[in-house]
Design a binder for this molecule. Structure first.
Ligand code: ATP
Ligand code: MG
Length: 257
């Protein structure tokens, strides 16, 4: 699939609304991470929680999720459930997650097991619907930044097609500096805006955590939005207390009460 395909192109969210249009720019973003299981869902949920606190209609999207269990006649995925709980716009799961697979495996493998080919078209169509129903959308990626979705299309292509500013979650662990800097390079090389990054302490007592964060802050050309400690209760609200999302472009100002 060509990334220049005009049918699939979505107007970049990083651009302000045209002068005089009267439509304020909205906050939408794509959350990626240095790896799987490093806190993308936690930080995406924290972002949704903070958006809801700001008084806007906020919706999470997990376009592709692998790993689901049947409960009360419905297929559940933890990421989807957490994003739904943190937002305040409730759409059918088939819209917020157009591709949900049972097997907790790499998406293209999980899809193949079900005889499905992941296509960007339903994802982009669903994204348009979510946009129409909300004021802010947080799209959580899958695993790290470049994860194959089919033979020609990966999650970085998806971020590019959605034309969203990216927020990078860095799971603080040995090796995270290279993982983070490689990811930053990949984001920028695709012409995407890196809007900010979050340092997430997925493990307690990492040796030289301060030094790792300092090395990253010196090298990542985007604001450090916050450092989330290892939380006893990793809830959206608890994580949001450690992050200053107002540094993100077009973050909504709280409604005066
Ligand atoms: N700062 C933290 N303190 C405590 N637990 C955390 C923290 N960050 C993440 N976790 C826990 O680590 C696990 C992985 O986090 P999360 O699901 O957010 O990762 P992810 O990057 O979204 O993973 P995936 O690639 O599967 O989508 C979860 O159980 C989460 O609650
Ligand atoms: Mg997740």
């Amino acid at each position: 699939m060509s990334l220049d395909d005009p049918v699939l192109a979505i107007a970049p969210q990083t651009q302000p609304a045209a002068a005089g249009s009267g439509i304020p720019p909205r906050f939408n973003c794509f959350v990626t991470g240095t790896d799987t299981e490093i806190g993308k869902t936690l930080i995406s949920s924290a972002m949704l929680h903070a958006l809801v606190q700001s008084g806007v209609r906020a919706c999470g999207m997990k376009p592709v999720a692998a790993g689901a269990e049947l409960r009360d006649g419905k297929w559940h995925n933890d990421d989807c459930d957490q994003l739904t709980a943190a937002g305040n716009v409730h759409l059918p799961q088939s819209i917020t997650t157009p591709f949900l697979f049972k097997e907790p495996a790499a998406p293209h493998i999980a899809a193949e097991l079900e005889g499905v080919s992941i296509s960007p078209v339903p994802i982009l169509a669903a994204y348009v619907e979510i946009n129409a129903a909300s004021d802010a959308v947080v799209v959580e990626g899958v695993g790290g930044f470049i994860v194959p979705l089919n033979d020609e299309f990966d999650t970085a292509d998806l971020a590019e097609q959605l034309a969203l500013p990216v927020v990078l979650v860095v799971g603080l662990r040995l090796g995270c500096i290279s993982h983070a800097l490689l990811t930053v390079e990949a984001i920028l090389s695709r012409g995407l805006k890196l809007a900010g990054w979050v340092a997430n302490e997925t493990q307690a007592d990492m040796a030289f955590a301060d030094e790792n964060v300092a090395a990253l802050a010196q090298r990542i050309p985007a604001p450090l939005l916050g450092r989330v400690p290892r939380l006893e209760q990793p809830t959206a609200e608890a994580a949001a207390d450690h992050i200053d999302f107002t540094q993100l472009p077009h973050w909504p100002l709280p409604n005066p009460i």
